[in-house]
Ligand binder design. Structure first.
Ligand code: 5GP
Length: 116
């Protein structure tokens, strides 16, 4: 059984966060430490620790993360200029919170993907 992270508390609204979207499958909220003018995290409500733990039954929620990314990018006014979606996995991928999350980053030119 995977251990819950702070993101489960955000989903259940047990701790404050700036939630932009929530439905039965996913939740989207602003990152507490934004690295771009728009920095939003989109997560499945189900606790899936990493991409390595994804199952076929998760495809609906993972697909929903993309349609929510599209919707929020439009609302944030960053869809036309462009944005970046990132899913970090495990230590080499830079993952800090072990509940799958898609970073939606935009609002400025983001430069090359890998800077170190
Ligand atoms: P990772 O490095 O795992 O891909 O990204 C984790 C992200 O979660 C980081 O960008 C970090 O700022 C964000 N984060 C960590 N704790 C919280 C929190 O309690 N609230 C919010 N809104 N974001 C958080």
């Amino acid at each position: 059984m995977a251990e819950e992270t702070i993101f489960s508390k955000i989903i259940r609204k047990e701790i404050p966060s700036d939630i932009l979207y929530q439905d039965e499958l996913v939740t989207a909220f602003r990152d507490i430490n934004p690295r771009a003018p728009s920095h939003i995290l989109i997560i499945p409500n189900k606790l899936i620790p990493t991409v390595n733990d994804v199952e076929e039954e998760d495809e609906l929620a993972l697909g929903r993360m993309f349609t929510v990314a599209r919707k929020i990018a439009k609302e944030e006014g960053i869809a036309e200029d462009g944005y970046r979606l990132i899913v970090n996995t495990n230590s080499y991928g830079g993952q800090e919170v072990y509940h799958i999350h898609m970073h939606l980053l935009g609002g400025r030119p983001l430069g090359p993907l890998l800077m170190s």
